[in-house]
Design a protein around this ligand. Structure first.
Ligand SMILES: Nc1ncnc2c1ncn2[C@@H]1O[C@H](COP(=O)(O)OP(=O)(O)OP(=O)(O)O)[C@@H](O)[C@H]1O
Length: 316
């Protein structure tokens, strides 16, 4: 798989006959603590939906509800039209799950582990060799699992989760612990699965992973979804920024109530409305002209996904 092929597809065919996953006003508690506070989203068939968020935002809790491991405190969740907890047995044959910590029997070899899983599956479309080749572990077939590195264990986990060619695949931090090459190879595997029509929900801390893979994202913070949509739309909502080296001893202007964030570099968030942003930029340049200032390291740019993430993370 080439670098080019791992780039995200900006367009994929839109929804057809109903959502593969529907979450409506989901709440989840651990005792008195509300970890998920009323989230709603849909995932269309064949789509890759990424849940991003700060530590403790509620991503794993959400994915565990979707997997049927937890019943919601309130709200409704449907996977392929079924209740993931009540209909867990029926969904098991149609979904694949990669947990954060798979838990293997260390003495079994890699091939024995895959064979063991394969034997308990209702459908066995892949051979052990095919499953290991898919995740680049063919050369480790005879190695005891305990000798695998953390990243190799994640790839074995992915092989097990996709053994039965599930219609819906849940991946909780699939590339944690992988080196850059293994990560790219895993992204290619995930791309191939989505190209084959698999619906994927994944959680990740790697923004680049979401940028490479996701059709749509939701950024969670404090149990809520703070932003959702395509990465392009989430980023566009935050608008553009202008940055320059703050001139010494000069009072920076306030533009429509927008002050510069300062450090060595002054930065203004110009807003999402292009006409208003253009007007603010013009006034900033007029101010510089009037004060006979040359704004060193002057730069206008769109918000990045990292900007959006950090703004959400730092919000109260
Ligand atoms: N079994 C549990 N008992 C009590 N609290 C829990 C339990 N599991 C999770 N929590 C709490 O619920 C909140 C959400 O946790 P969750 O694991 O869903 O977050 P996350 O977004 O996946 O975080 P991370 O990115 O750190 O993996 C956290 O505050 C966490 O401490």
């Amino acid at each position: 798989m080439t670098e080019q092929q791992t780039l995200p597809r900006t367009e994929r065919s839109p929804a057809t006959a109903g959502a593969a996953i529907t979450v409506r006003d989901l709440h989840q508690r651990y005792g008195d603590f509300e970890a998920v506070r009323g989230i709603s989203f849909e995932v269309q068939p064949g789509e890759l939906f990424a849940l991003l968020g700060t530590n403790g935002a509620g991503k794993t809790t959400t994915i565990e509800v979707l997997e049927g491991f937890r019943t919601p405190a309130s709200g409704s969740v449907r996977v392929l039209g079924l209740d993931p907890h009540a209909d867990r047995a029926r969904l098991r044959a149609r979904t694949g799950v990669m947990l954060q910590d798979g838990g293997f029997v260390g003495d079994l070899t890699v091939a024995e582990t895959v064979r063991f899983w394969r034997d308990v599956l209702p459908r066995r479309p892949q051979t052990v060799d095919e499953a290991l080749a898919r995740v680049d572990l063919a050369d480790k077939a005879k190695v005891p699992v305990r000798q695998l590195s953390g990243g190799q264990k994640r790839r074995l986990d992915l092989a097990l989760a996709t053994l039965a060619r599930p219609e819906v695949l849940f991946l909780d931090e699939p590339t944690t612990g992988m080196d850059p090459e293994a990560r790219r190879s895993t992204w290619s595997t995930i791309h191939e699965l989505v190209d084959d029509g698999t619906t994927v929900v994944l959680t990740t801390h790697y923004l680049e992973e979401a940028e490479r893979l996701a059709d749509r994202i939701a950024i969670m913070h404090g149990g809520r979804i703070s932003a959702t949509g395509t990465i392009a739309s989430v980023v566009a909502e935050r608008g553009s920024r202008v940055r320059f080296l703050a001139p010494e001893g000069v009072h920076l202007p306030v533009l429509d109530g927008i002050s510069a964030t300062t450090g060595d570099l002054a930065e203004y968030h110009l807003g999402a409305d292009p006409a208003a942003a253009q007007d603010r930029l013009r006034r900033l340049l007029d101010w510089a002209d009037t004060n006979r200032l040359v704004l060193d390291r002057f730069e206008v740019r769109s918000a990045s996904l990292e900007d959006v993430f950090l703004e959400i993370a730092h919000a109260a």
